[in-house]
Write a protein that binds this ligand. Structure first.
Ligand SMILES: Nc1nc2c(ncn2[C@@H]2O[C@H](COP(=O)(O)OP(=O)(O)OP(=O)(O)O)[C@@H](O)[C@H]2O)c(=O)[nH]1
Ligand SMILES: [Zn+2]
Length: 286
């Protein structure tokens, strides 16, 4: 048996890629349907070749993560695309996506798109610096100028990655640049059920040592928030402060060092505000 990855699920038939690049159109051993339920793109499986180009999936290995949209298992990281202009992205949504990624156990990188349209250079620098200091890889890209995209593509990564971001942020544009062969698929539609619903098949494409899903999105099945400290941990530049109380949440606690750092401009005010509002939402819910 050999280990492979489900890279496409077309009409419920999985295509599995092996590390050497060969692919098999697979069918599932009966027992698996009962044990695993639906197999997903991104599932790691053990296969037994049966006929040329065909194999039987014997085992589905345990999943680490599971996204609902796009439906992909074992996602390792997300590219959060943020458009500087037309339309200008929302920093609040950017922070929300980054926090969701952290709370779902995913890596995240920030892609500042459309730098060719950026009129406010100081703002661009401030944003890039803020997220860089918070520990994220930050990319600046421009599709028409072909800027930054090659660097972004060929950086060491592992596992499966997904593009996410607001409507109009530039996700499809990046996707086409990152996987030119996916072009033919972007409009691919499949009818399911009685033809009421249409859906696109998700396909994974190999880039260097990682995989990219050709469908943008990002809704995780579950997040692991156990305490307010988990929210704080998702803001690394705030979590780094050692205030008087070791579990300081940097609100109104005595001896909190964050307020001074804010006044000195060492922390971006919008990051702190977004932290407080996410913290509030979480506390109200529990
Ligand atoms: N000037 C400029 N325009 C860009 C750039 N990247 C994308 N665009 C344009 O921005 C618009 C939106 O880009 P898309 O790639 O469709 O954005 P998207 O995130 O896929 O949008 P949705 O499909 O609505 O989610 C298109 O008209 C693109 O041509 C860029 O780097 N510079
Ligand atoms: Zn504090």
């Amino acid at each position: 048996m050999r280990e492979g990855l489900v890279v496409l699920l077309e009409a419920n038939r999985p295509t599995v890629a092996l590390p050497d690049g060969t692919t098999y159109l697979c069918y599932l051993k009966g027992r698996i349907k009962r044990d695993v339920g639906r197999i997903m793109v991104g599932d790691r499986v053990l296969v037994e070749p049966t006929d040329p180009g065909e194999a039987r999936i014997e085992t589905v290995l345990p999943r680490t993560t599971q996204l609902l949209r796009p439906p992909v298992a074992n996602v390792q990281g997300v590219f959060v695309v943020f458009s500087l202009e037309s339309p200008a992205g929302s920093l609040e949504l950017l922070d929300k996506r980054l926090v969701m990624a952290a709370l779902s156990g995913l890596e995240a990188e920030v892609v500042l798109s459309k730098v060719d349209l950026a009129t406010d250079q100081k703002r661009l620098e401030r944003i890039a610096k803020t997220y860089g200091e918070a520990g994220y890889r930050v990319w600046r890209t421009s599709a028409p100028l072909e800027l930054g995209i090659e660097d972004l593509i060929h950086r060491a990564r592992q596992g499966i990655w997904v593009l996410t971001g607001e409507s109009g942020a530039g996700k499809s544009t990046l996707l086409k640049a990152m996987i030119p062969t996916a072009l033919a698929n972007t409009g691919e539609l499949s009818r399911i059920g009685r033809g009421q619903q249409t859906t696109r098949w998700v396909r994974l494409y190999a880039i260097d040592n990682y995989w990219l899903a050709d469908s943008p999105g990002y809704t995780a099945l579950e997040t692991q928030v156990q305490s307010a400290q988990d929210i704080l941990a998702a803001f690394p530049e705030l979590a780094a402060f050692n205030c008087r109380f070791h579990d300081c949440l940097h609100r109104q606690e005595p001896g909190c060092l964050v307020h001074g750092a804010l006044e000195a401009g060492e922390i971006a005010d919008w990051r702190y505000q977004h932290y407080l509002s996410l913290l509030d939402q979480w506390i109200k819910r529990y």
